[in-house]
Design a protein around this ligand. Sequence first.
Ligand code: SF4
Length: 350
Amino acid sequence: MADIFGLSLPELQDVLEPFQVPKYRARQVAEWLYQRGAQSFGEMTNLPKTLRVRLNEELSIGRPSAAGRLDSVDGRTTKLLLEFKDGTAVETVLMRQPYGNSICVSTQAGCNMGCAFCASALHGMTRNLTRNEILAQAVVINDMLREENGGKVDTVVIMGSGEPLMNYDNVLGFIRLLHEDYVLGLGYRNFTLSTSGIVPKMYDLAEAGVPISLSVSLHAPNNELRNRIMPINRKFPLEDVVAAARHYAELTKRRVTYEYILIDGLNDGEPQAKELVKLLHGQLASVNLIPINPVRERNLLRPSRVRIESFEHYLAAHKVVVTVRREMGADIQAACGQLRNRHLEQEMQK
Ligand code: SF4
């Protein structure tokens, strides 16, 4: 039975063609799927009853189910573990920020980039998510917010498990689809994609006509250190990543954000701050410092407040736009991939 959840309007029109219905029916179905939380065709009350019965017999609506949920003590962060038809599970995080509801979606089940600080890398990558599975994460959370208090998803960060640019076509398809008015109608400026620096795809994205914000995981100011923290640096070295980010900023006129995880005694000293200033000199860019959420499985520690502040002040004093990420949901294992890892560990113990 064909699953229609996640289809675009032209795709829905094709699927509905054998039912010989006017074209506007496809838009009605899309709105039920993406904006009104329909779980079944029976709920689509503006469709003729005979059509609902036929659709029910021949098509299905494959919404993912929530296999786990964690809420932070302050109630602002919710993490859902969503399970797809084949049993693959991924995490999606909702952060209720003062400026709106922000969600963080996953693009791969696990990740094989192997960043030293990241829990998603521990079990490697199972598979790429499809466009529809990435979309489902946003729609499920949007439904949840609507039911809670009439809220909606305001911004999307593509920063969950996985390297989005290694799943380029599905991720681009997701961005374009979520932007459509019959889905969530989200402006491109409300998307941020975070990459570990897949250089050729960064150039492709700059040309794709979707002016989203780009965030680049830098985490070290030289190749020697970055090789140790992010193995992908051996393939795409630092200077090529920075050149691709510079190109992206010039073409889209959008400021690029460099993510920099601060790890005690490794990349958080004044010599590294100095190198970072030199590397980013003259760029339309900002640096987001992220004191590491210690990963239980790895021995990586968080710097003291004094060290964090002196790194921040050094950058600011040298005219680098810098922020320190506010903490959300540390009590619910917010470091990327940790909920999924617990789930995998439990599954393996069964
Ligand atoms: S930080 Fe991102 S790219 Fe690196 S291993 Fe984790 S999920 Fe993959």
